[in-house]
Design a protein around this ligand. Structure first.
Ligand code: ADP
Length: 263
């Protein structure tokens, strides 16, 4: 029922996911995984049952942000499916990074292998009564994100950008890709938008003035959040304590947007 003319993969027997949210970016390094972790944690704190399917195997890992150990993935009792790892706060996470023996091991995979791993994470994982499954998509607009888009029944995407992206039309590419896939764009999060001076609290536009509002207007998209560069957040993430970051104010519009999807 949720297909857009393309055959979507079914979930494992007994699994259920209400809404699948893709977190996408036009290129790597804009903070997509960070924003994905923060959004998942924020929705979890709102009382929803949240999962993360980490399909971005190239970036620093989601498991690390949630303080999960890289010690393999458990199997279900019947041995037929994988069981996600659960964070302290209760977010269910599956990631290729959990399968690496050393978290510093490089993942040298072909695009097709990545796409297959992602399909397995959808079909062969026990996703038990998940309200929101966040998919940290592979960065960019190439083959791998396209295959993931085609395989999973994504209900909507959130595009993560940084101010520099706007200059090079990278965001527009991400917008066009979602349109081509007939997936609704829920809105845009601008990350590393500005810096707050720790001494005088002045807002510094490190990358020059932001043009995100203009872009949102031009494309008819909702601006869901503008997140500052925050060294403290980066150290929380490194320490595996993403759930300790307070996003009540900064992500309130994004949370409201996501809540509207489940009435
Ligand atoms: P992507 O998933 O787009 O490749 P990441 O989320 O991995 O990007 O972020 C890249 C790096 O930037 C990480 O080291 C992360 O901790 C840091 N980072 C991301 N967003 C912020 C922010 N708002 N403030 C400070 N550091 C950030």
């Amino acid at each position: 029922t949720r297909t857009a003319g393309i055959e979507k993969l079914p979930l494992a027997e007994g699994s259920s996911v209400k809404k699948v949210i893709g977190i996408v970016s036009g290129k790597g390094g804009v903070g997509k995984s960070t924003v994905c972790s923060l959004l998942a944690s924020a929705m979890n704190k709102e009382g929803f049952h949240v999962g993360i399917l980490d399909a971005d195997i190239t970036g620093p890992s989601i498991p690390k942000a949630f303080g999960l150990l890289h010690d393999g993935v458990a199997l279900s009792e019947d041995g037929k499916s994988m069981v996600p790892e659960t964070s302290n706060g209760g977010v269910e996470i599956i990631s290729t990074n959990l399968l690496l023996e050393n978290e510093t091991d490089p993942v040298i995979w072909r695009g097709s292998m990545i796409a297959n791993a992602v399909k397995q994470f959808w079909q062969e994982v026990e996703w038990k009564e998940i309200d929101y499954l966040f998919v940290d998509m592979p960065p960019g607009t190439g083959d791998v994100p396209l295959t993931v888009f085609q395989s999973l029944p994504i209900d909507g995407v959130i595009i993560v950008t940084s101010p520099q992206d706007l200059v090079s039309m990278i965001v527009e590419k991400a917008v066009r890709m979602a349109e081509k896939m007939h997936v609704p764009i829920l809105g845009i999060v601008e990350n590393m938008s500005y810096l707050l001076c720790p001494h005088c609290n002045e807002k510094i536009d490190v990358f020059g003035e932001s043009h995100i509002e203009e872009l949102c207007q031009k494309e008819g998209l909702e601006l869901l959040a503008k997140l500052p560069i925050d060294p403290q957040n980066a150290s929380f993430m490194d320490a595996g304590a993403v759930e300790a970051i307070d996003t009540k104010e900064s992500l309130k519009d994004a949370v409201a947007c996501l809540k509207r999807l489940i009435k």
